[in-house]
Write a new protein. Sequence first.
Length: 295
Amino acid sequence: MSTKTGKALRIKNQAIYVDAYEDYYNKRLKVDDFRGNIKQIIETIEEWSKQPFVEKVIIKSRPEHLSTLMERGFLLEASVPGYFLGGDGYFLCKYRKVDRYNSDSWCEEDSILDTVWQKKNQKDVLLDSNLTLRVAKISDAQALSQFYKDVFPIYPVPIEDPNFIMEQMESNTLFMLLEEKGEIIAAASAEMNKTYRNAEITDCATSPSKRKGGYMNTLIRELEAELVKKQIYCSYSIARALSFGMNAVLHNLDYTYKGRLKNNCNIFDKIEDMNVWSKDLSLMNAQKPAPNAEK
């Protein structure tokens, strides 16, 4: 059983609706959605955040609540245009421990971004005939979990557990994988929010011996094509700020940097800062003529 435990929190009454998650492993409280009386909502969130394990609170907010949350001490760290059914989403945070607030890598991460922005865009590579690109099935869960376990020493969710991957597949997460002679050498996923029509590109990994092959560009483009088929046009990704490679991939795919989540989660070998990138997938086909309406 995974030690990466958590607990869903939800309050729904005549005055407010709040949907949150107690993330014990990453020592944070995540508020994914809220509606209603903002004063009562903030009071509820503040009460939940008093629990000893909480070092960071993250709230996803619509624009109309941005100033109120900032007036109550929440810091704006990132945004995702189009997150809420076309309306912009904002990630605001508050810290309970100074060690969680301070980031020793911030300037280094700024330098990595500067290098990423100077990098010229690269064309997609043609896959060799011995490689197979396809959408993963439930039956791939065991192999996928082992692949991720081999690639990631530490990851913020229990992706090394095949049961977790199966649960994700059954709850609107699409995995794309690349195989060589039946063995997975790269994979990525799109976690879809069908209520608000957005998707997070995540779980991006390539076997160490197969990196620098440009495979992640291809995987993500295929995921984007699947999202467009489902009329999901808001795509975003949260990448390790210390990873030149993943940030370069997103920049190369025309994602726009939208901020950095400080000391956000356990990944790779410690709690790390994470860069937020976003893309409007509706612009991918904007130059094509509109099809005739069905009669």
